[in-house]
Design a protein around this ligand. Structure first.
Ligand SMILES: NC(=O)c1ccc[n+]([C@@H]2O[C@H](COP(=O)([O-])OP(=O)(O)OC[C@H]3O[C@@H](n4cnc5c(N)ncnc54)[C@H](O)[C@@H]3O)[C@@H](O)[C@H]2O)c1
Length: 666
């Protein structure tokens, strides 16, 4: 693809580099020769660094360099381009004029994208005739390294151009999030907007000094304190954004004084050597001992969740996209949606009411849905009403569709009811089928849904696609120690349902079966695996322990010595090794494991009495916890129950007549 990047400054140079790195021909245009020279140096230095670190293959550095042409005549740079990315300064008239020119000189089907941070796409496209091809591609700084790109559509953007732009974003190694409405600040900057106002008001009202909040925030794991970050970005840029939000979101964004005062005095942050901090040594001095908790992370999270809810109410982006954008755009381990899941509506409402009262601004007042007690509802939506028809592509469910009687899609799992008394539960989380609180809820609901269903006798648990599960989602936000205890208990409780359900449960292990994924498989009655499956408990290497019953179940299954070795070393084993240890019962080949497991499931569902299987399963599981004599007592009682069943008569008569039994579960 041929790409033209207009403006070779802070952003344009990184955008040009990443497109060239992924094999595209790039024309990088700037009207100032010195700017082009600087960009060339930046690009070449970065290519050299990538080569040094082995990020690119030997010889590739020269190819990437050759793909970038440095140009100074806009019309020349863009005439053959399939995609143009404009990255000139944030000045409306300048961008409008450039887009009017692009409309005239570019190929008819070229995508015309702007990297604007704030300005509405429709405003930039004001003088464009073919507005359907104008959209936003909002990269983050440094564009060659940050993983996120927001793809923004205006009302006039054509569906085809929008979807093509999403694919282009993904083709250069980015996570492309869909911004469905042309709204101020899009996702990341919008979530950050009330934060900036908040931090400014904290200083204006003498609640804390920058060092106090920054030292606290860094102690909580943020890479930079909020004031340090604003100094780093440039206080003029921050003030400019606040002015823009005052015009577009709320007049209250004008209320901030301290930042404007610093800008008025030429203290713009790192670039002028002074801002909130003195940067003369190249670093801001933020002593750890200054940390204070007058303002807490929860205040910041509450403000961000509130803004995320407003984005959802305005139908700008879906919850998953907001979560991803904030994580990647702000380098956070979790975003506002996962924090919101850990709070009650009432808690959040109260926090926001207090903040709004303390700071005297309605921007912090609870959003409509929070006022109405609908927090959980709005953060769980999967599609906006208008977009309901345009469902996201679903993940493949292992390549076998026939014999499916019914399918229920939960958010993170698929429950497939099949012929011959078999059901499959497919973990379906986009990232390695990681297990989080939502997935556990889905699993619990699916287990309960099939618990009394007499049409299901055997359940297969596996992952949609090539993997079982790479474990627990570690970025899930858990507010405190007690919450973590409860989260652990939740996993234990839900996995135990698999042990309790009166049906045979088979774990089909493929790809990665790590940590929580391994624990899930251990809660099943039978495990089958591919020869090369990767199985491990890596918890101790991360400072954790297997805590969804793994520390207990593995020792019961293979003995203390072997379990200790696997848990204490975090060692990875293959399916073959797991079979030798007695963890896995059957090895099936990678290409056929889905079908082979189903065959096993069907043979059990039709070949064994469901009542006998349920009772035998209970005896095995309970027997390991009670005395031998109590176990024998349970065994004789269970034998008494099966003795009275129709299935026993059917089993014996089928054996005598040398035919297949037809068990009725009676
Ligand atoms: N800097 C960031 O962190 C960041 C992040 C995301 C988005 N953005 C947005 O990206 C855009 C560019 O920001 P930046 O920080 O790279 O600005 P910058 O000032 O560093 O670079 C802009 C470049 O555009 C060139 N230029 C000016 N007029 C031109 C014209 N008519 N034709 C060609 N080149 C021209 C300038 O010489 C300069 O090299 C802005 O819209 C900004 O809001 C910036």
């Amino acid at each position: 693809m041929k790409v033209a990047v207009i403006g070779s400054g802070e952003m344009g140079r990184g955008i040009a580099l990443v497109f060239a790195q992924y094999g595209n021909e790039v024309n990088l245009d700037d009207s100032f020769p010195e700017a082009l020279e600087k960009a060339k140096k930046y690009i070449n230095d970065n290519i050299a660094k990538m080569a040094e670190k082995g990020i690119i293959k030997p010889g590739e550095d020269e190819q990437i360099r050759k793909r970038i042409n440095y140009m100074s005549v806009l019309e020349e740079a863009v005439k053959d381009a399939d995609l143009v990315v404009e990255a000139v300064p944030e000045i409306v008239d300048l961008k409008q004029n450039i887009f009017a020119t692009l409309d005239k000189v570019c190929k008819m089907d070229a995508i015309l994208a702007t990297n604007t941070s704030n300005i509405k796409i429709s405003e930039i496209a004001k003088n464009v005739v073919h507005k359907e091809r104008v959209l936003g591609l909002h990269f983050f700084n440094p564009a060659n390294r940050m993983k996120l790109v927001e793809v923004i559509r205006s009302e006039e953007t054509g569906d085809e151009y929008f979807e093509k732009a999403v694919k282009i974003g993904e083709s250069i190694g980015k996570t492309a999030v869909r911004v469905l409405k042309d709204s101020p600040g899009f996702i990341v900057n919008r979530i950050n907007a009330p934060d900036m106002l908040f931090f400014c008001l904290v200083i204006d009202k003498n609640i804390e000094r920058p060092e106090e909040l920054d030292a606290y925030a860094k102690g909580q794991g943020l890479p930079m304190g909020p004031y340090e970050l604003m100094d780093f970005v440039g206080l003029d840029t921050v003030a400019h954004s606040l002015d823009y939000y005052a015009q577009t979101l709320s007049e209250e964004y004008k209320k901030c004084n301290s930042i404007r005062e610093l800008v008025k005095n030429g203290k713009l942050g790192k670039k002028t050597g002074k801002g909130f901090y003195d940067w003369s040594t190249g670093k801001a001095a933020i002593p750890k001992a200054e940390a204070s908790e007058k303002v807490t992370m929860m205040d910041i999270f509450a403000i961000e969740i509130n803004e995320a809810v407003k984005l959802l109410e305005e139908q700008v982006a879906l919850p998953d996209e907001i979560e991803t954008a904030v994580k990647l755009g702000l380098n956070r381990p979790f975003g506002p949606i996962s924090v919101a899941k850990s709070l009650t509506n009432a808690e959040l409402k109260k926090m926001l009411e207090n903040l709004s009262k303390t700071f005297g601004v309605s921007v912090f007042e609870p959003a409509k849905s929070i006022k109405e007690g609908k927090l959980k509802e709005i953060i769980s939506i999967k599609a906006f009403p208008a977009a309901a028809g345009s469902k996201k592509e679903e993940k493949a469910s292992g390549g076998i569709a026939p014999n499916v009687q019914g399918e229920r899609k939960y958010s993170n799992i698929i429950l497939e009811k099949r012929d011959n008394y078999v059901a499959r539960i497919l973990l379906n989380h986009p990232k390695h089928n990681l297990i989080n609180s939502d997935l556990l809820n889905d699993l619990e609901n699916a287990i309960k849904e099939i618990w009394d269903d007499k049409e299901i006798r055997v359940v297969v648990i596996t992952g949609a696609g090539e993997e079982f599960s790479a474990g627990a989602e570690l970025s899930q936000f858990i507010p405190g120690l007690f919450d973590f205890v409860e989260y652990t208990r939740k996993g234990e409780r839900i996995f135990k349902l698999l042990q309790e359900i009166p049906k045979i449960v088979i774990a089909e292990m493929k790809g990665y079966v790590l940590g929580g994924g391994f624990e899930l498989s251990l809660s099943c009655d039978i495990r089958v695996a591919t020869p090369d499956v990767q199985i491990a408990f890596p918890e101790v290497t991360l400072g954790l322990i297997p805590a969804w019953s793994g520390s207990q179940r593995l020792a019961k299954l293979i003995g203390m010595s072997r379990a200790s070795y696997l848990i204490l070393t975090g060692k990875r084993i293959t399916g073959e090794e797991a079979k030798n240890l007695g963890i896995v019962s059957e090895i099936y080949q990678k290409g056929t494991i889905d079908n082979d497991t189903l065959k096993l499931a069907e043979s059990l569902a039709t070949g064994v009495s469901p009542i006998a299987a349920a009772l035998a399963k209970r005896l095995i599981n309970r027997g390991s916890d009670i005395s031998y004599d109590s176990g024998l007592e349970m065994e004789s009682m269970a034998a008494g129950i099966v003795y009275g069943t129709e299935d026993l008569k059917e089993g014996i008569s089928a054996m005598l007549q040398k035919k297949k039994p037809n068990f009725q579960g009676k």
